[in-house]
Design a protein around this ligand. Structure first.
Ligand SMILES: [Zn+2]
Ligand SMILES: [Zn+2]
Length: 308
């Protein structure tokens, strides 16, 4: 296992897929989160339920957590925000935690701060303010103003690491963002939850790695038919409704082609893929539309990119 110091300071861009699943809980994948570490900075993109534990399981440098970037406020993207803030503080974070996201991020942070207020007090009382200062326990909301879908807003720049936010179409969730990360000639793109739009391909252009959400509508519709037969109407309706604001795996492949990316990593994987057969069904047809590398995202997958 690579040491925390090397991870932070070896000049490479390290990427960890902490959560590759969607909102439907299962034993293979936790919800959305991607960690990026380079030149002393440790960034998290979304913190879905169950994902933060993988920061510790992978021995990532929690105390160095610099910032969190939220794509939108569906619970499968923000559920672990309180844990991320609390545990990185306990692990020695040296300053308040910046949390970037669409407008409304202030409200989300306020809620988590209230929920964790008593625990913050307990820990200060127990370990002392020298070890745990209240100032450092805080989160600072950083709403990113984006005027239109063509805008690519530089929202974070430290050393050679740049993060841009752009608007995606996850209506009726508005605004919702994707992110583009640039580091020494390398580009990583994260779609967040969205349908495919022309702008999305532009914002993801020439990425080394594209992390794209994808939900298999074909598989979902099989579940819907079964649910209807069992008169599980509520379940059938929800699984039908979600199909108008996401992408199919094949659509994600088309996006990867249009954006001319090298590697497509499918994430937000829905439905549950319990075995190889279902994995094949999920990926069916993607390689017919995209001839680059296609990776079915799995929790705790690692990637690294050297300077170009
Ligand atoms: Zn969503
Ligand atoms: Zn989602």
């Amino acid at each position: 296992m690579i040491s925390q110091e090397k991870l932070l300071m070896d000049g490479k861009l390290h990427i960890f897929l902490l959560g590759s699943g969607g909102p439907m809980n299962n034993d293979k994948r936790v919800a959305s989160s991607i960690a990026i570490i380079a030149e002393g900075e440790f960034l998290l993109f979304d913190v879905g339920p169950g994902s933060y534990r993988n920061v510790d399981v992978l021995r990532l440098p929690a105390g160095n957590l610099s910032a969190i970037f939220l794509t939108h406020f569906h619970s499968d993207h923000i559920g672990d925000l309180g844990e991320a803030n609390m545990l990185s503080w306990v692990n020695g974070r040296e300053k308040a935690l910046e949390v970037y996201g669409p407008r409304g991020v202030e409200k989300v942070i306020k809620g988590f701060e209230i929920a964790y207020e008593l625990d913050t007090g307990y820990r200060i009382a127990h370990h002392g303010t020298k070890i745990l200062s209240r100032e450092k326990s805080k989160m600072i909301s950083k709403p990113i103003p984006i005027q239109n879908e063509n805008e690519r807003k530089l929202c974070f720049e430290r050393t050679h690491l740049k993060v841009f936010a752009f608007a995606v179409d996850h209506s009726p969730i508005n605004p919702a963002f994707g992110y583009r990360i640039e580091y020494k000639g390398n580009v990583i793109a994260i779609t967040g939850d969205t349908i495919k739009t022309e702008n999305l391909a532009t914002h993801c252009q020439d990425a080394e790695i594209l992390f794209s959400e994808a939900i298999s509508y074909k598989m979902l519709n099989n579940i819907v038919s079964g649910a209807k037969k069992l008169k599980l109407d509520r379940y059938a309706k929800i699984l039908t409704d979600i199909q108008n604001y996401h992408m199919n795996p094949i659509t994600a492949g088309e996006l990867a082609k249009e954006a001319n990316v090298k590697k497509l990593v499918l994430v937000h994987i829905t439905p549950y893929l319990p075995n190889e057969n279902t994995e094949k069904m999920y990926l069916n047809g993607v390689k017919d539309v995209f001839d680059g590398e296609i990776i079915l995202g799995k929790d705790k997958m690692k990637f690294n990119l050297g300077p170009k």
